[in-house]
Write a protein that binds this ligand. Structure first.
Ligand SMILES: O=P(O)(O)OC[C@H]1O[C@H](O)[C@H](O)[C@@H](O)[C@@H]1O
Length: 311
């Protein structure tokens, strides 16, 4: 178990030997994990974005080959953090209305606070406060806040936890979401289980509210849905039609779930996404986005997710 601190990221290693190179980290990590049966994960300081979760040589998170990784644009893939606004605020009078799409966290540099490793897991804690964000973002959302983000890697499990603290003298409103991009061998074989009979806002159908009773959500076209107040304890993402390989998602205090795949036309319009990559990914994003959390001065709010991989 180890935590390696590089210039732009931290690398978590769950058993096995360590990986030194930054440039070809994903390729080297994959070989290394295959040889040693280990898991590894890397977390950029930029956005505290987890960009890789490698399980015994298999990469489980999608990262676009066209993603910017130089801090000039949010990372396209992995797990960007959305805070304090999901998408653009629809209400122009919202406190977060001036912020760019998906807010501040994914485009700000976090700092490493500590690494915590025990016999079973390896973990890092990163922090972001208002004094660390750019002048213009501070102008757009002039609140004093602290985010603490903890990424924990165990064998077959990735856990990410976010704590938001209001360090201001007045209450503020926010939304939060963990924008997970799963790597998928073939999106046409994918299904998401646990979202049937739950109302969703269909962003590709004029934000109409819909409901499906199919046991599995299949991705066959541009998909952008906000499932509201999802009661399901464990949401499953099946990677194959025999339902053997996949992920189980458990949420803490994140009531909504967004399911997104840009499909071909949107993929073509995104400068940091390759035209065909929509076939290799799906986003299943637990969040609190259908309304705002109102946080009083001095108070903290916690949320998180545990993703378990079943080979
Ligand atoms: O392109 P981005 O700003 O990273 O957003 C990517 C996507 O994020 C979420 O899944 C939203 O529901 C989508 O509407 C959005 O297109």
């Amino acid at each position: 178990m180890s935590v390696k601190v590089l210039k732009d990221k931290v690398i978590l290693e769950h058993a096995g030997s360590s990986v030194e190179s930054t440039l070809s980290y994903r390729a080297l990590s994959s070989i290394c994990c295959e040889l040693t049966n280990c898991s590894s994960s890397s977390v950029y300081f930029y956005g505290a974005t987890v960009t890789s979760w490698n399980y015994r040589g298999k990469e489980l998170l999608f990262l676009s080959k066209k993603s910017f990784l130089d801090g000039t644009k949010a990372i396209r893939g992995g797990i960007p953090i959305v805070f304090p606004q999901f998408a653009k605020a629809s209400d122009p009078s919202a406190e977060t209305a001036a912020l760019p799409q998906h807010g501040i966290a994914r485009i700000s540099n976090f700092e490493l606070l500590e690494d915590l490793t025990d016999n079973e897991s390896v973990s890092v804690k990163l922090g972001l406060g208002d004094s660390q964000i750019s002048e213009s973002l501070r102008k757009d959302w002039p609140k004093k806040f602290k985010l603490i983000y903890t990424v924990t890697l165990k064998d077959g499990t990735l856990k990410t936890d976010l704590t938001v603290t209001n360090e201001d003298s007045t209450p503020f409103d926010f939304q939060a979401l963990l924008h997970v991009y799963y790597s998928v061998p073939d999106v046409s074989k994918l299904s998401v289980e646990g979202l049937n009979n739950i109302s969703y806002i269909d962003k590709v159908n004029n934000y109409a509210t819909s409901i499906d009773n199919d046991q599995f959500v299949k991705i066959t076209q541009s998909t952008d849905r906000i499932y509201l107040n999802v009661p399901t304890e464990i949401v499953k993402i099946h990677l194959s039609e025999d339902l053997k390989e996949g992920f189980s998602l458990q949420r803490n205090n994140l009531k909504d779930i967004v399911v997104w795949n840009p499909w071909i036309d949107t993929a073509k319009s995104l400068p940091d996404f390759d035209d065909d990559e929509y076939k290799q990914m799906v986003c299943v994003e637990p969040g609190h986005v259908s309304d705002y959390v109102n946080l009083k001065p001095g108070e903290s709010w916690e949320c998180g997710q545990i993703i378990e991989y079943k080979p």
